[in-house]
Design a protein around this ligand. Sequence first.
Ligand SMILES: NC(=O)c1ccc[n+]([C@@H]2O[C@H](COP(=O)([O-])OP(=O)(O)OC[C@H]3O[C@@H](n4cnc5c(N)ncnc54)[C@H](OP(=O)(O)O)[C@@H]3O)[C@@H](O)[C@H]2O)c1
Length: 316
Amino acid sequence: MKALYFESFGGPEVLQYGDIADPVVKADTLLVKTTVIGLNFADIYRRRGHYHIEQHQPYIDGYEGIGIITAIGQAVSEYEVGERVLFVDVPFANAEVVAVPVDRAIRVPARLTDEEAVTVGLQGLTADFLAHDLAQNRPGDPVLVQGISGGVGQLLAQLLVADGQVVYGVASSATKAQAAYEIGAQQVFRREDDWSSTHQNYFRTAFDGAGVTLLDSLKVTQKRGRTVFYGMAGGNPPKVDPIALMKDSKNLMTGDLWDFLDSAKSRQARADRLFHYVLTQQVQAQPAKVYALAEGAQAHRDLEAGAYAGKLLLKP
Ligand SMILES: NC(=O)c1ccc[n+]([C@@H]2O[C@H](COP(=O)([O-])OP(=O)(O)OC[C@H]3O[C@@H](n4cnc5c(N)ncnc54)[C@H](OP(=O)(O)O)[C@@H]3O)[C@@H](O)[C@H]2O)c1
């Protein structure tokens, strides 16, 4: 099969496209011929060598995709060859064929296309656990989303709006701010403006996947409120002093989606909850930008440069 792989950590230039041996179907796996693969920020961290990556010679990045089952392990009874499944936490996804453990397969409603399902997949499940597991706000609560026009940011903002919260955001350009207003944001601050001084202790929850902005997020969080730190798309976060947090009764929460996708049942239930928002048009992802899998290095460059507000997809 063809795959996007790398032999040493580094910039996008380490990525190569070529032939790799097909994965083997084990008793509890499905072999899935991928039609669409999702590219995520974590793939960049892994390629740089800054994040956990499964040992494989050579390395194959990617955890998210959708496709058709072509073979089934002996112990699998829940699925049949020819069915379509989505996966968001299966390694070695940057390939034409992926071995998907059966408990990580997700069924997708027929009304969603392959591209739509992957466009909301991992980022949508992330937004769902941030909103519904970590934050648990009440209708009417003011909440802030750093990077509101990013992949997770825009889906999270729409979930929060649908749940009745008053959503504010931060964006780096007027175009991105406008896109956030169109999905229901109350106010969008421009990154270069001094908005945090005028909104100290204001938000019930500040969601921060940018990292470098963490001190600003804590500053604008209400006393007894929470900052939810979930990533470092803008760079590693500064050190935080817990004594200063205690003085103001501010909570810093973190979470990794992986720890919440802890069984086949919870994975499917979470996906169904997300798909409900999508099918009822309360959540609509921006159209994705599609690259051939062979052009994966360019897709990595564009994701790192923040060149496109929507999801980046790879097609085998
Ligand atoms: N914890 C988890 O389980 C989990 C799961 C999935 C993803 N994540 C994390 O979620 C984050 C977002 O992922 P994504 O897929 O949505 O990426 P994305 O689409 O590239 O979005 C990144 C966002 O970060 C903002 N940003 C980048 N540099 C910044 C800076 N210097 N200051 C302020 N904001 C900055 C961007 O703002 P502009 O658009 O305004 O430039 C953009 O909105 C990543 O850190 C990722 O690792 C975490």
